[in-house]
Design a protein around this ligand. Sequence first.
Ligand SMILES: [Zn+2]
Ligand SMILES: [Zn+2]
Length: 215
Amino acid sequence: MKTETKQCQNCPDFLNFKQQLRGCYGLRKKSYCILNKQYSKETYENLKEKIIERMRAGREWGQFFPKSMSPFAYNEAIANEYMPLSKEKAAVQGFRWQDDIPSTKGQGTMDNSKLPENPNEYNDNLTQEILTCEKCEKNYKLIKREIGFYKKNKLLPPRQCFNCRHALRMSKRNSRNLWEGVCAKCGNVILTSYKPEDQKIYKLYCEKCYQQEVY
Ligand SMILES: [Zn+2]
Ligand SMILES: [Zn+2]
């Protein structure tokens, strides 16, 4: 809500000028705007005080946007990848949940059995085809640059949609939790994202020992 310094578009520095903006988005070299609408300095100052007073009374001032304003349900937001919740637990915390996330199905123009089975067999027409995910049956397409990458790296085209491929990648990562572990070199207790079972499989080092080993 409160933007009084503005970050440079090209570097991490903050530009050294004061802007008077409230709830605005994407404005450049503007002042005295509220929700992207331009006001005179006097009206702006007046409205600003009223808005702050009302937000303080509603205990909204200084808080992040409320959950009720989120355009995404919890299960379709990245939040669910970092801090997964069940539908029930999400509801308890006041998040919205969407059972049927909209998707395109049944529009496929090509059977997966016709996809190239050899990286030298890519056909230029593949970008025109609508493919069907073998896991969730949602439709997806491949773009030219993507096919170029697969060809160059001698990879076969994916048979799953990008959402299923993303979910597979995420499932291979450690969950966002920290457990205590022991450095395999110096024996110091460390915090690690590897859970106790995995600590028996992998050799974990503290940061100092790791840096000494790597460099
Ligand atoms: Zn899929
Ligand atoms: Zn160590």
